[in-house]
Design a binder for this molecule. Structure first.
Ligand SMILES: Cc1ncc(COP(=O)(O)O)c(C=O)c1O
Length: 453
């Protein structure tokens, strides 16, 4: 028996007054933080958050940080949003969770109906995080071809520099060396085709012409390999983890047409770009296309609770509908379709409808674009880009620790920005005000003056 350390730990947790230092010490001792070399926290500060207020995070000393990355791209309507809070409180009174195999509940049914109405994809299969949605879409696509007599269609294509999550299946179609190389022996091989990221266009070549050139490369691959390919998975319009790489919607139109022509599924990973982030409810709308599978997560609950969903077509659903158990999609997660998470998602959709968020964001984004003008003109700024509620630019610098230095300089000024390499981006919650954005842009400018004068 060795329960002494456990009891001791509980005593510590209950007796220590909450303050920045105490929480930091406990966190570093007990929490293995994500996407982090923990040793870096010997010099890199960990930020304790006591509470959230709209677009702001506040520590125990009252220091405030503007959440310029929407807490890893999930938060849409601010922290501690009164409307989502109220919906969750009401849901708590009736049902927190129930097994979704063999049982159902009102929030999951209504959410599925509303997502079907928004996307034209009438069958919703739930997961928890974004990566679980990627896993579901890949498995479902493979299984569809197997059920329809083409088991050889078992390979996947993704774009260069794509990011679809970090579980083993999702990592297999992700193309970010830093996350992938260590685990290469565990992964299935997939093929990467050229990314239509307009920064890679030749001088004088338009974003559209470059996107079409990349679609040509996709077609050449499909001509040779369509028989063994199950699906192409893409992040529509913006490849987030590639450094907010943006591309012309014509690529999606061509990809849709090629997938139809060569009998390949198109999986739209809208985990980061869905729910208004690119200026329309879903990024695919800007290309006028409907994918075979759409993966959603992150903003789906307004940033409150983990929930993901894969939406698909009647045709895919029908291929699984059978007397044979093994032709069904035998995939599950314990918290699939969690009632609280679905209620948060419904409250989020209500805010979109009641506040006409897509149009309101359009006006906000135009105003914020004006605020960004001095950044665009800064001599160290390259490839300034903007799509919906995402702004990004690259910085000409030789500083190998630019991202870390920029992050720290932001924290000192009270803004949370996490550059990726030399790409700086801002992806604020939609409730951000013009004053907040003026603060973000002036902070970015002064950091650039400090780091890239
Ligand atoms: C496009 C895309 N797909 C999948 C994921 C994985 O989502 P999660 O981190 O919730 O597993 C992310 C996360 O950043 C993403 O941006």
């Amino acid at each position: 028996m060795n329960d002494r350390p456990f009891l001791f730990g509980r005593e510590v947790a209950h007796n220590i007054a909450m303050n920045n230092d105490a929480l930091l010490r406990r966190s570093l001792a007990a929490v293995w933080h994500p996407c982090t070399q923990m040793k870096h926290h010997e010099t890199l500060p960990l930020i304790p958050v006591a509470h959230g207020e709209g677009a702001w995070l506040v520590d125990f000393d009252g220091k405030r940080y503007l959440d310029g990355v929407s807490s890893w791209w999930v938060n849409l309507f601010g922290h501690a949003n009164p409307r989502i809070n109220a919906a969750l409180r009401a849901q708590l009174e009736s049902l927190e969770h129930v097994i979704l195999a063999g049982f159902t509940h009102e929030p999951v049914v209504t959410l599925s109906e509303r997502l079907a109405a928004l996307t034209g994809l009438g069958h919703a299969f739930y997961g928890s995080d974004g990566a679980s949605a990627t896993e579901i879409a890949l498995k479902m696509s493979f299984h569809y071809w197997r059920n329809t007599g083409q088991p050889g269609k078992a390979r996947f294509i993704s774009l260069q520099n794509s990011y679809h999550g970090e579980t083993v299946g999702a990592l297999s179609v992700t193309d970010v060396a830093l996350f992938k190389d260590t685990y290469a022996p565990l992964l299935r091989q997939s093929t990467q085709v050229p990314s239509p990221d307009w920064r890679l266009a030749e001088p004088g070549e338009s974003a559209e012409a470059y996107a079409l050139r990349c679609a040509g490369a996709l077609e050449r691959h499909l001509i040779e390999h369509h028989a063994e390919t199950a699906a192409l998975i893409v992040e529509p319009l913006v490849q987030g983890a590639a450094g907010m790489a943006m591309y012309h919607p014509v690529y999606l139109q061509r990809a849709r047409a090629l997938c139809d022509q060569y009998g390949i599924h198109l999986i739209a990973d809208e985990i980061a770009v869905g729910f208004g982030r690119t200026g329309t409810m879903f990024a695919c709308e800007q290309a006028g296309i409907r994918p075979d599978f759409m993966c959603l997560s992150k903003g789906i609950t307004g940033g409150y609770l983990p929930l993901s969903v894969v939406l698909t077509t009647d045709q895919v659903y029908a291929a699984f509908y059978d007397d044979a158990v093994t032709r069904g999609f035998l995939h599950s997660h314990s918290y699939t379709g969690n009632a609280l998470a679905c209620r948060a998602a419904l409250a989020t959709l209500d805010i979109f409808a009641e506040d006409d968020v897509i149009n309101a964001n359009r006006q906000k984004a135009a105003a914020f674009d004006g605020l960004m003008a001095p950044l665009k003109a800064h001599p160290a700024v390259r490839h300034f880009r903007h799509q919906g509620m995402i702004w990004a630019f690259d910085v000409a610098t030789n500083n190998p620790s630019f991202a870390r230095d920029f992050y720290l300089a932001g924290l000192r000024r009270g803004v949370l920005l996490r550059p990726m390499g030399t790409t700086v981006y801002c992806m604020p919650p939609y409730i951000v005000t013009a004053d907040d954005m003026a603060f973000v842009t002036s902070s970015m400018l002064s950091i650039l003056e400090e780091l890239a004068p």
